[in-house]
Write a protein that binds this ligand. Structure first.
Ligand SMILES: [Zn+2]
Length: 431
């Protein structure tokens, strides 16, 4: 895709007008006429409400995903500008121990695999609070973080991680390349889904990657989302949902070849892709690439019927969850939530779960404590509250971190408390 085509594509998807015309695909510009799932109206997932905001109106936006019949990109329309969403982002990666550990192992593996040293440069897009780059810094490798959320960038700067506060795209890539040099390793974890101008972003990566350099990106795998009924990972901050098939197409359009891929357990099942310049022969394409293509083909990810079956499974997941909650409340049980993550917002709003079911939820992130969940107004408290009130059930909203939370909160078994996990179907974890 040449530059002007990309810009027209970006402009076309940005100007979706809400009239009878259907929106266009943010990658290939095809008209989006196939609904993937409609989760009703939902507030922004990071818009936690302060006590004084409880009596004010809250903006709700349609949470409706489409699948492109041409490239199979699953996507939601851009109702809110990224500047509004990401300039002050409540999610700081360092609050999850598991996530920091995942980053440490990744950094070690990459230093070994690519032979990085003090002459190399590692650039991370959406570097958050520096939870990942800190591991490269410790190994003596020059790094640069690019992060649009000023609050997260400030935390990173305190850790000694140079961080530019800005959105990434072609313009940023050119400036960074000129000022700091191009990247031997260019990485981005859980950022590709958050990018509204997808073509501009991937084209920027092509510009910033040194000849012979490697890009790695991690993002939730659409195949796992569909298989595990993980509809709650759909929210306004996530503009796109990728199969390997689609992401390969997107990268290829910008002169980047995916030469390796790993399946990870993070976020309910993610992919880590490895890309290089298409004209660079130094990394041969691994057999894992063809194996995953084949696996997705067999799973029907290139047929619209497969996508059309998803909404009914989402509705059934909701019904089963509400049945469980109603039964528990009728039996006089007390329930508390654990966590106030983005996915919790979709789940609570779509299922209509408020303080009629969950007395409160808790979160380790102090900036969320004392606030209320968006739309559903469930109080968010300090995790110690669980030991004080001894609920019968602790309902785990960030179910992707279940193992970690069950370990941290093992003491609920002292009073016979049990954990409840909502996905792929509601279940109680027996002690
Ligand atoms: Zn498309």
């Amino acid at each position: 895709m040449d530059r002007s085509t990309c810009e027209r594509a970006s402009a076309a998807s940005a100007e979706m007008d809400g009239s009878n015309r259907s929106p266009t695909c943010r990658f290939c510009r095809a008209r989006l006429t196939h609904l993937f799932v409609d989760l009703g109206m939902s507030p922004l997932c990071q818009a936690h409400i302060s006590p004084e905001g409880l009596n004010r109106m809250e903006p709700f936006y349609p949470l409706r995903a489409f699948v492109c019949h041409d490239c199979f990109l699953v996507q939601i329309e851009e109702y809110v500008s990224p500047a509004e969403i990401f300039s002050e982002y409540a999610y700081l990666s360092s609050y999850s121990d598991r996530w920091v550990e995942h980053a440490r192992r990744y950094a070690e593996a990459m230093v070994r695999r690519l032979g990085l040293d003090a002459r190399s440069r590692v650039v991370e897009l959406a570097s958050n609070d520096g939870y990942l780059l800190q591991h490269f810094v410790r190994a003596g490798i020059p790094v640069l973080g690019v992060e649009p959320a000023a609050n997260a960038a400030k935390v990173a700067a305190h850790k000694g991680i140079p961080t530019l506060v800005r959105f990434f795209g072609r313009d940023a890539a050119r400036e960074i390349a000129e000022k700091f040099g191009r990247a031997d390793l260019l990485l981005g974890n859980n950022v590709l889904a958050h990018v509204p101008l997808l073509n501009d972003f991937v084209a920027g990566m092509k510009i910033l990657l040194k000849p012979g350099g490697v890009i790695t990106m991690e993002f939730p795998h659409l195949h796992r989302l569909m298989e595990g009924n993980q509809f709650d990972t759909i929210y306004h901050e996530h503009f796109s949902y990728f199969s390997f098939f689609t992401v390969e197409k997107v990268f290829a359009a910008h002169g980047l070849t995916l030469f390796d891929v790993e399946e990870l357990r993070t976020h309910g099942g993610s992919l880590r892709i490895y890309a290089r310049h298409t004209e660079d022969p130094s990394f041969p394409v691994s057999p894992a690439v063809e194996a995953l293509r084949r696996c997705e083909l067999d799973a029907g990810l290139r047929r619209l019927e497969t996508y059309a079956a998803f909404p009914e499974r989402v509705k059934e997941t909701k019904r089963a969850l509400l049945e469980f909650l109603i039964r528990a409340k009728r039996a006089g049980k007390r329930l508390a939530g654990y966590g106030a993550p983005g996915k919790g917002n979709t789940l609570l709003n779509y299922c209509g779960i408020r303080t009629d079911f969950l007395d409160y939820t808790v979160d380790r992130n102090p900036s969320k404590q004392g606030k209320f969940t968006p739309g559903t107004h469930i109080p968010i408290l300090h995790p110690d509250r669980i030991a004080e009130t001894r609920p019968d059930y602790v309902f785990i909203l960030p179910w992707n971190l279940t193992d970690e939370i069950v370990q941290q909160m093992a003491h609920i078994r002292d009073w016979g408390g049990k954990f409840v996990v909502p996905m792929p179907t509601v279940r109680v974890l027996d002690a």
